[in-house]
Write a protein that binds this ligand. Sequence first.
Ligand SMILES: Cc1cc2nc3c(=O)[nH]c(=O)nc-3n(C[C@H](O)[C@H](O)[C@H](O)COP(=O)(O)OP(=O)(O)OC[C@H]3O[C@@H](n4cnc5c(N)ncnc54)[C@H](O)[C@@H]3O)c2cc1C
Length: 490
Amino acid sequence: MEQWDVIVVGAGNAAFCAALSAAEFGKKVLVLERAPEDESGGNSRFTAGLMRVAYSGVEDLKKAIPDLSPEEIARTDFGTYTEDQFLDDMGRVTEYRCDPDLTEILVKNSLSTVEWMRKKGVRFTAAWGRQAFNIGGRFKFWGGLTVEAVGGGPGLVESLIAIAKKNGVEVWFNARATELMHGDSGVTGVRVKKDGKTRDVNAKAVVLAAGGFQSDPEWRTRYLGPGWELAKVRGTRFNTGDGIRMALAAGAAPTGNWSGCHAVAWERNAPEFGDLAVGDQFQKHSYPWGIYINAEGRRFVDEGADFRNYTYAKYGRVVLSQPGQFAWQIFDAKVKAQLRDEYKIKQVTKRVGNTLEELVAKLEDTDQAAALEEIRAYNAAVQTEIPFNPNVKDGRCTKNLRINKSNWANTLDTPPFEAYAVTCGITFSFGGLKINTDAQVLSSDGAPIPGLYAAGELVGGIFWFNYPGGTGLTNGSVFGRIAGRNAARA
Ligand SMILES: Cc1cc2nc3c(=O)[nH]c(=O)nc-3n(C[C@H](O)[C@H](O)[C@H](O)COP(=O)(O)OP(=O)(O)OC[C@H]3O[C@@H](n4cnc5c(N)ncnc54)[C@H](O)[C@@H]3O)c2cc1C
């Protein structure tokens, strides 16, 4: 029987932060990854690498991005994103259900944890491309989301693996944890199926960082509700709830928003699971600049309710609930330059028309007459006297529609017109394991299970209903670091 100090289950961002943190104590650390090496890294590899951190100015940002040049600083308005703003955002978007103690730890450790990762060797830059607008030659960040890993998710995961190996962490690929070994003294190891052979591996402590249950259609339908088996999975096919299942079997308490998840507008004809060659580019996040139309030709959501960072994660569910589980995003030429890069990939279901009549005639599976009438009614309701400004909630709205658009309402009047078909892409499930502020997994009796820690997607209680963009990686890093440190001391 092999003996390790700390076993980490999973090989995404949360797992490697836990492994690196445990390794700081000179511990013998093993990372178990279910996926083969070329598909390893979990959802973390699929990300853009964006990380939400609180900062009070450029000096703080330089802790994460020390190589910001004076020219870059001169041509950018980074603004500030204070701890209070981050806390407010978490409260507001989760309807004040986020666990207050865990949320405070998340926010207050966000910058220092990214700084710690930087010191380990992970490189970060500023997300000029996705989170800032160029106004008169100067970039202005608009949504509190400023830091991104160099090379996005693939860059982040590759550098974490390399740094972990350099720090003596052993990584097993094709190694699926199937059970926790546990008894009265707590968790003592992991049963693992490696390359088709089952073996038991002992450890003084185990950190679970094996992701949520979103990639299992049966769990999705069971917990998220009817219709969820029809959603596409944005990321890895390997996050099927194993970590949660193993911990529950060892007496852990479930907590959080089990019927909730992060889900976005996603290319209608995307494959069932994420494709690493396309990454997150199947997403379609520019809806605030246009309108949504469903199969009945009707608008169904306020596309301009808030900045996209605060609506995108809950609108996937809204799209899934439309007839046929799809919708069209419609834009005119006025906003073409503002459409995000993901609209330019070749794997899009896109229709173009030089008139609105021509466009709607190309919208298959859709009540075209109703769609034309809806677009005309929308155009007539736009309050054009209010100026359009993408940097602020500009209040340029529609009036007297069944569903109004609150901001950024532009008339669709300038050809060519474009429509993109989207469905729902699920990112990760919100329900999971209950942990305390030391990242110890709590039993259903309320006490910590000795030797068991958890971090990342499989922890419940932090995200409810919705999510501020870029918080998933920060959450995994902050609690992964805490879990690794405490597991090392166990
Ligand atoms: C397309 C996309 C884009 C995203 N963009 C962003 C972004 O820019 N910023 C952001 O903050 N968040 C983003 N997210 C969310 C983010 O990916 C997650 O919140 C975060 O990566 C979760 O990290 P994790 O380490 O908990 O899980 P993961 O990175 O998913 O890692 C889980 C690991 O567990 C392994 N595993 C599963 N079961 C077992 C088992 N039984 N035994 C061993 N290993 C197992 C998996 O193979 C995987 O390696 C995005 C997600 C997707 C899908």
